[in-house]
Design a binder for this molecule. Structure first.
Ligand code: ZN
Length: 138
């Protein structure tokens, strides 16, 4: 069995963003040379997510509005976590959108449904953050 590890780095200029990282993960699979196995992809921060869904701008805008309803950023004083920081909403948004995804690799490719894509969800940007890509197989 082979294994391969790579970190993907992001610095989102605003507080929140969704980034399609499917091409980066496909690149890591090519670099690994693994043809049959699994890829794990996880945010290495507790205020960011990795999730799978549709690459459709309207849906991403809907997610952003929905998450703001569930855990509004303002007023920051509504959260007990926000003593000395202001990112309690980002922790909650990350919890809803998830930490990681695992995808099967078949014949050297992501074994995806037609519309599935992998996204990095940033909820407290403006600093460098990373995603772990770990591939195992043969
Ligand atoms: Zn925090």
């Amino acid at each position: 069995m082979k294994s391969y590890r790579k970190e993907l780095w992001f610095e989102v200029p605003g507080r929140r963003a969704f980034i399609n990282i499917t091409p980066d993960v496909e690149g890591a699979i090519r670099e690994s040379g693994i043809m049959e196995g699994f890829v794990l992809c996880n945010a290495m921060h507790i205020t960011a997510s990795v999730f799978i869904n549709d690459d459709e701008a309207g849906l991403h805008d809907d997610y952003d509005k929905w998450l703001e309803k569930l855990a509004p950023h303002e007023p920051v004083s509504q959260y007990r976590h926000n003593v000395g920081e202001d990112n309690a909403d980002a922790h909650m948004k990350r919890q809803i959108m998830g930490r990681e995804v695992v995808v099967a690799i078949t014949d050297g490719r992501l074994d995806f449904g037609t519309w599935e894509r992998i996204f990095y969800g940033e909820f407290d940007g403006r600093r460098r953050k990373r995603v772990l890509v770990k591939i195992i197989g043969e």
